[in-house]
Write a protein that binds this ligand. Structure first.
Ligand SMILES: Cc1ncc(COP(=O)(O)O)c(C=O)c1O
Length: 455
């Protein structure tokens, strides 16, 4: 009985602050630019779509920002989330590596996304906002925000990427249960959606397109604001409760990670688990490897370019300096819907450019194989997005075995896959393929950016 499997904290150990890595970054980020004037934007440019408190957080250089009591109170429903030692996976891999995972699948919506959804709904409510709009890929973000809006009594409109809307009817029903209106994007409701449909009536949709629709609705309705589930600085910051808890849990376990791994869509779960640890690298000279894992069919970090680009497909958002495949890039309809995004968070992009973090791209068959291996060893069936992190964990554990070294690996189990069983069915039925992205396909989106590369 002396092996501790699950390292828990009590409710009063929920972090009292979010960690803002902007305070510790060695190189400042380039400013976001106005899509029309191409000049740096100010807070007033964002005011039509975001509440002022979140805009302030977006640009803040304060190292720690207090989490309101009302938000910590809602976090108590599932936080602090448990840190597990994956003994059975270690045994199955016959590796000397020690593997730990933080289980964010225990939240009401089943992923890390409520950590920011609750904060965003709270700050919008505090400023009198009546309705929020948002996009969702796999449905994880939409359901997280639907839950949070229900808690604070705000209406919600969700633009759900068409391919996911069709693959994941139960995610849609979760959102409906929490009172949200859900549309299959592209829709005929917005000018952005109509434009996409006129060019391609069978468009499978993408996160970029759904963002265009949601932003347009917020920008054209006085009582409505927009909420984003990743990419932006304040969203990444809200997720740092994950890593801060993990630091305390590692103290209890008497261990410390050498490698931190997380799947990568826009960067929020990766930031959440890694940024509080990255502070040890930036401020104390430690050398923890932090690895973001993206799908090989949507490889912005590993094959994209560092450029100013739009956050959405139609070009309504500010221009952001980030690794991108071009805002018109439509990724193959893989099952990890939450990773089908053309760009990356600005902070993450700067850290990658400065070689302070690493990125890997993996094919989906290896990821599903890893997901099944994990489910058989540890019991939890991971979300398709999450399997990307697990596949890289297995690679690192196998490398440790080859080198005969005991590395300590931490990964973020960003969500469970209980609403993604049709994806597992396609995998078991042999219907999934690895999509090899040609250079021509890859550069089609980047070529359309007629701005200059920034490097
Ligand atoms: C379970 C899960 N993991 C990871 C991601 C990737 O997003 P991000 O990079 O913002 O964490 C998503 C996005 O929807 C998700 O649903």
């Amino acid at each position: 009985m002396d092996k501790i499997k699950k390292i828990t904290l009590s409710e009063n150990e929920i972090p009292e602050h979010w960690y803002n890595i902007q305070a510790d970054m060695p190189n400042p980020m380039l400013p976001p630019l106005h899509p029309g004037t191409k000049q740096p934007i100010g807070p007033e440019d964002l005011a039509p779509i975001f509440p002022m408190e979140l805009i302030k957080q977006e640009v803040s250089k304060e190292r720690y920002i207090e989490i309101p009591d009302e938000v910590r109170e809602v976090y108590k429903l599932w936080r602090p989330s448990p840190l597990y030692r994956a003994y059975n996976l270690e045994k199955a891999l016959d590796t000397p590596a020690k593997i730990y995972y933080k289980n964010e699948g225990v939240s009401p919506a089943g992923s890390h996304k409520p950590n920011t959804a609750v904060a965003q709904a709270y700050f919008n409510k505090a400023e009198g906002v009546k309705r929020l709009t948002t996009e969702t890929g796999a449905g994880q973000w939409g359901s997280a925000l639907a839950f949070a809006c229900q808690v604070f009594g705000i209406e919600l409109e969700v633009y759900m990427v068409k391919v996911s809307y069709e693959q994941k009817p139960y995610r849609k029903l979760m959102m409906n249960t929490w009172g949200a209106n859900v549309f299959s994007s592209p829709t005929n409701i917005t000018e952005a959606g109509k434009k996409i449909l006129s060019e391609d009536p069978n468009s499978p949709g993408s996160l970029g397109i759904a963002i265009s629709e949601a932003v347009e609705r917020a920008a054209t309705n006085e009582d409505t604001k927009y909420s984003l589930g990743s990419v932006l600085n304040h969203v990444l910051m809200h997720q740092t409760v994950i890593g801060q808890e993990a630091i305390k849990q590692f103290e209890k376990a008497g261990d410390f990670p050498d490698i931190i791994i997380a799947p990568f869509g826009g960067g929020s779960n990766f930031a959440g688990i890694s940024f509080p640890f990255l502070r040890y690298n930036l401020a104390e000279g430690k050398n923890i490897r932090c690895i973001a894992v993206e799908p090989a069919s949507c490889p912005k970090l590993t094959r994209g370019e560092f450029r100013y680009d739009f956050g959405d497909s139609v070009g309504l958002t500010p221009l952001l300096p980030m690794y991108t495949l071009g805002h018109t890039f439509v990724p193959a309809p893989i099952h990890a819907g939450g990773l089908r995004y053309h760009g990356a968070g600005v902070i993450i992009s700067q850290l990658l450019k400065d070689k302070l973090i690493e990125a890997k791209a993996l094919h989906q068959l290896e990821c599903f194989e890893a997901g099944v291996k994990f489910a058989n060893a540890e019991g939890i069936i991971p979300a398709p997005e999450t399997t990307h992190g697990i596949a890289q964990v297995i690679r690192e554990a196998e490398q440790a075995k080859k080198e005969g070294k005991s590395k300590t690996i931490l990964f973020n189990l960003s969500g469970h896959g209980y609403f993604d069983m049709s994806a597992y069915q396609d995998y078991f039925d042999g219907k999934l393929e690895d999509h090899e992205l040609s250079d021509d396909e890859l550069y089609a989106g980047i070529k359309e950016l007629n701005l200059h590369p920034l490097q």
